[in-house]
Structure formats: C-alpha cells, structure tokens
Design a protein around this ligand. Structure first.
Ligand SMILES: [Zn+2]
Ligand SMILES: [Zn+2]
Length: 124
C-alpha cells in the first residue's frame, strides 16, 4: 500500500537511501523490523540529496486534476462569475447582473446548453 518509488535527483545509481524523521522499530536483538514513515524524509546515501518519490508525485498529480472550476455560472442568468478568493468565508454569491443569490455548489453545476426539451434516451 505505502509503496515508494525513490529516485536520487542527482542520478546516483546505487539506489540506497537514508530515512530521516522516521520511527524505526527494532526487535529485542536490535534488528530492523519496520519504520513509521509518517513524516519521513528520504535522502540519497551517496550524495545526501533529498530523494524524489515518484509514486507520491503521481499521486499528487492525480489530486491536481480534481480542482474546482475557475469560473462559476449564475444559475439564473448564466453569466460567468469569478469565484471568491476565500471560499471558506462565504458559500453564497450574489450575481452582479441579476442580483440572484446562490450557493457555490449551485454555480459550479454545468448548465445545459440549448433549450430545455425532451430527453432522448439514446443508449450508446
Ligand atoms: Zn545521489
Ligand atoms: Zn445572474
């Protein structure tokens, strides 16, 4: 589950890394069992550069894709609105054009282009 894919940014081929800030657990004989890598930092044992966790990078990139849209739409008149900078402070917007007050979630919903009509049930 907690799989890592460590790479030295300097390109060292040894692939040996030192774990910093991790709780290392050992048995009675002092033999390594495992470590808790909560806030662990991995550095290259050869050049001491902070290692790059490629598995973590790809995870971060997937999170980037789920960002909120940059533009909101007024559910009443449909004009584009810029979202508030501090959305934590307010979740209700007021349209400057038609003065309709609506929630952030409401403004983020996609508006159907075209007139409202019958739904054609086409099963692709
Ligand atoms: Zn290195
Ligand atoms: Zn409006």
């Amino acid at each position: 589950m907690a799989h890592l894919d460590l790479h030295c940014p300097s390109g060292c081929e040894e692939g040996v890394f030192e774990v910093l800030n991790a709780e290392v657990l050992v048995d009675r004989a002092g033999a390594y069992l495992r470590h808790r890598a909560g806030a662990a930092t991995y550095v290259c044992a050869t050049c001491q550069s902070v290692a790059i966790d490629m598995a973590g990078v790809s995870r971060e990139m997937r999170r980037e894709r789920s960002v909120e849209p940059e533009v909101l739409h007024c559910p009443s008149c449909g004009i584009e609105l810029l979202p508030p900078e501090d959305e934590a402070l307010t979740d209700v917007l007021e349209c400057p054009a038609c003065e309709t007050r609506f929630g952030l979630e409401e403004g983020m919903r996609r508006l159907h282009g075209g007139s409202s009509g019958l739904l054609d049930g086409s099963d692709g």
